[in-house]
Design a binder for this molecule. Structure first.
Ligand SMILES: Nc1ncnc2c1ncn2[C@@H]1O[C@H](COP(=O)(O)OP(=O)(O)OP(=O)(O)O)[C@@H](O)[C@H]1O
Length: 213
């Protein structure tokens, strides 16, 4: 369970999050500027709240009173953004194993072959990101996040750069990730139908409030 109870202010924008997230897939929906990406950045450990607490399972990730702040690279969460953010100078293979290199063997939940099979990206291994279609790039980005053996997958508009056909191609892969890895997902999107397709629970965000009041 991901428990959020914190506040953050940046210029005129204030984010207030107070909720417990328990579903296997949770969609954070809401209008542009509501604070969805800012919320995800707090869960990832890329931004620090002004005050409050964030915990995942038994682990406290942030507590302003006791001055706990677990940095992003110690949270073991996988991140996938809209444009995949692959390293352009590295092959698909090198991109995939990038995060895995930093894990001790005992921490590695998946091997490369399992992820290649799951996402059907084996034939792409020796290509560079510039030689991939948008949908292939997003599958590689998902593969890279999985090989990091994340405890939670944070997805920020992972399909929004893709056309309808590609979205419909990738959604079954996301369903496979949900069913075969059982890694919980926190999924930011404008497209509620993506969350519906994943049988997820939707949490509505409005004007910096989670949940909206
Ligand atoms: N790097 C930044 N510096 C200053 N303000 C920012 C920055 N990034 C976002 N903001 C502001 O913070 C608020 C929340 O932005 P955020 O990107 O979290 O919203 P969002 O719900 O993800 O929007 P969208 O759906 O358009 O991506 C907005 O008012 C935005 O203008």
């Amino acid at each position: 369970m991901l428990k959020l109870d914190f506040e953050f202010t940046r210029d005129a924008f204030t984010l207030r999050a107070r909720c417990a997230i328990t579903a296997p897939v949770t969609g954070i929906c809401g209008p542009s500027g509501a604070g969805k990406s800012t919320l995800l950045a707090h869960v990832a450990g890329l931004l620090k709240p002004a005050r409050g607490t964030i915990s995942f399972g038994e682990r406290t990730l942030f507590d302003s009173r006791t001055r706990v702040f677990v940095p992003a690279h110690h949270r073991h969460f996988g991140l996938v953004f809209q444009d995949g953010q692959l390293f352009p100078h590295l092959s698909v293979r090198a991109n995939l194993v990038y995060g895995q290199k930093h894990l001790a063997p005992a921490q590695q939940r998946f091997d490369l072959q399992t992820v290649l099979d799951l996402l059907e990206i084996g034939p792409l291994l020796e290509r560079r990101p510039g030689q991939l279609s948008g949908g292939e790039r997003q599958r590689v980005a998902l593969g890279r996040a999985l090989l990091y053996s994340p405890r939670l997958l944070l997805l920020d508009e992972p399909l929004s750069a893709l056309d309808r056909r590609l979205k419909e191609q990738i959604l079954p892969f996301l369903r496979r990730i949900r069913d075969e890895t059982r890694i919980p997902m926190l999924y930011v999107t404008h497209a509620r139908e993506e969350i519906v397709a994943l049988d997820g629970e939707i949490v509505e965000m409005e004007a910096g409030m989670l949940p909206a009041v």
